[in-house]
Design a protein around this ligand. Structure first.
Ligand code: PLP
Length: 385
C-alpha cells in the first residue's frame, strides 16, 4: 500500500527499546524478567470467587454508567475506613483500568494547548494520556538527592498561563518515591494559587514503606480540584480485571461518564463484583503478599548496594520497583540494559523511558521471588560492569 494509513500521532511515538528487548528475550530460555510491572501473584481466590459467584447470579450485563451502586458504596466505605477521607457516592465513578481513568481525566478536562505538569521520571503513559487529549506535556524534574520526591517549589517554576493541571503519582513508578504530607500540602497550595487541577494516581496505595500512605484528598482544599485514580491492579494484584475507580467533583465525574459511555459504555461487570469484595474484605487477604513485596524490595536493595558501581535508595520508599543508579559503570542506562540482557539474561527497563531525569538509572521490578531476584543480582555482579 502506497498510502500511510497509520496516524502521525502514533508514528511519532518513540519505541523506547522495549520491542527490541522483547525480541532478544524470545531466544533465551533462562531469562529472569524484571521488566514488567505485573505482580507475579495470582489474585487471592476469594476475590476471584466473588466475581464468579456474582456472574453466575446474573452480573454479566452492562451496569449503571457510574458502576454498580454497591461497588460505589464500597469505594466510599474504603476511603473512610482505610484512609480517613469522607467522600460522597456522587463523587465516584467505577471505570475500566487506571490507564483509561487517567485518559478519561485528561480527555474530560484538557483543551488543545493546555499544559500539564508531570514529574520526571514517572509512568510513561501519562504523557500519551495528556497528548491524546490535546494537552501539552511539561516534565518537571525530580532528583535522586531529594529521594525523587515531587516538590511544589520546583513545579512552580514550570507554571505558565497555559498550565491546567498537575499529575501527582505517589508512590511513584519507577522511583518508588512517596509524597509526604508536607509535599502534598505544598502541591495543593500551588494548585490553589494558580487555580489548577490535580490528577492523583494512587494505585500503589499499600506499597508505601517510608511513610504511611496519605491520599491527597485528606489535605484541606484538595477535593474540589482533584481527580483521584485508583485500581485493582496493584493493591489486589489483579491487573487482568482492568478495573479502577475515580473520585472527583461531580461536574468532572459527569464529563468523564459522557466520554466513557462513548468508549466502553460501562466498566466490566464481573470485575466490578470482584472489586466490591476486594474493597470490603481484601485487606487481610493481601497482607502476606504485601509483606512478601516489602521483603523482596528491602533485601534486593541491600544486595544491589553490595555490587560495585551500582547504587539504590535503601531501604526503598515504596512500590515494587527499584530505581538503580548505574552511572558509575560508565554505560548509559540503555547500554546497561542491553548488556545485562545479552550477557546475563536479566531483563530490566532503562530509566530514560520514564523521562530525561531517568537517564543513568534502570528500573528493576521485584515481581519474581527472592531466590530469582538474588540469582539475577549474582548474574549482574558477575558481569563486573
Ligand atoms: C503509576 C501507574 N499508574 C497506572 C498504571 C496502570 O494501571 P492499570 O493496570 O489499573 O491500568 C500503572 C501500571 O503499571 C502504573 O504504574
Amino acid at each position: 500500500m502506497a498510502r500511510q494509513y497509520i496516524a502521525q500521532r502514533l508514528l511519532q511515538e518513540k519505541d523506547f527499546l522495549m520491542s527490541q528487548l522483547q525480541d532478544m528475550m524470545k531466544g533465551m530460555d533462562d531469562v529472569i524478567d524484571l521488566s514488567v510491572g505485573d505482580p507475579d501473584f495470582t489474585t487471592p481466590a476469594p476475590i476471584i470467587e466473588a466475581g464468579y459467584r456474582d456472574a453466575l447470579a446474573g452480573c454479566t450485563h452492562y451496569t449503571q454508567h457510574r458502576g454498580y451502586p454497591d461497588v460505589i458504596q464500597a469505594v466510599v466505605d474504603y476511603y473512610k475506613r482505610e484512609l480517613g477521607v469522607d467522600i460522597d457516592e456522587k463523587n465516584v465513578l467505577i471505570t475500566t483500568s487506571a490507564d483509561y481513568a487517567a485518559f478519561q481525566a485528561c480527555f474530560a478536562t484538557l483543551d488543545p494547548g493546555d499544559e500539564v505538569l508531570i514529574p520526571d521520571p514517572s509512568f510513561l503513559c501519562y504523557r500519551s494520556q495528556v497528548e491524546y487529549s490535546g494537552g501539552k506535556v511539561v516534565m518537571v524534574p525530580t532528583y535522586e538527592e531529594d529521594g525523587w520526591r515531587f516538590k511544589a517549589e520546583v513545579a512552580e517554576r514550570y507554571v505558565t498561563p497555559k498550565t491546567k493541571a498537575i499529575f501527582l503519582s505517589t508512590p511513584n513508578n519507577p522511583t518508588g518515591a512517596c509524597m509526604h504530607r508536607e509535599d502534598l500540602e505544598a502541591m495543593v497550595k500551588l494548585a490553589e494559587k494558580y487555580d489548577l487541577l490535580l490528577y492523583s494516581d494512587e494505585i500503589y496505595t499499600w506499597y508505601s514503606y517510608e511513610v504511611p500512605f496519605i491520599s491527597v484528598l485528606s489535605i484541606p482544599g484538595a477535593a474540589e480540584r482533584t481527580i483521584v485514580i485508583n485500581s485493582m491492579s496493584k493493591n489486589y494484584v489483579c491487573t487482568g480485571a482492568r478495573l479502577a475507580w475515580v473520585i472527583a467533583p461531580v461536574p468532572l465525574i459527569g464529563a468523564m461518564v459522557k466520554e466513557g459511555m462513548n468508549m466502553v459504555y460501562t466498566a466490566p461487570s464481573i470485575s466490578q463484583r470482584m472489586a466490591k469484595f476486594a474493597l470490603n474484605e481484601g485487606k487481610e487477604l493481601m497482607a502476606p503478599i504485601m509483606a512478601e513485596f516489602k521483603e523482596r524490595m528491602f533485601r534486593t536493595a541491600e544486595r544491589i548496594n553490595q555490587i560495585p558501581h551500582l547504587k539504590v535508595q535503601s531501604p526503598p520508599p515504596g512500590t515494587f520497583y527499584l530505581f538503580v543508579n548505574v552511572k558509575e559503570t560508565g554505560l548509559t542506562d540503555e547500554e546497561f540494559v542491553l548488556k545485562v540482557l545479552e550477557k546475563a539474561h536479566v531483563a530490566l527497563v532503562p530509566g530514560s523511558n520514564f523521562g530525561e531525569q531517568g537517564a543513568g538509572y534502570v528500573r528493576i521490578c521485584c515481581t519474581v521471588g527472592l531466590p530469582k531476584l538474588m540469582e539475577a543480582m549474582d548474574r549482574i555482579e558477575a558481569l563486573g560492569l
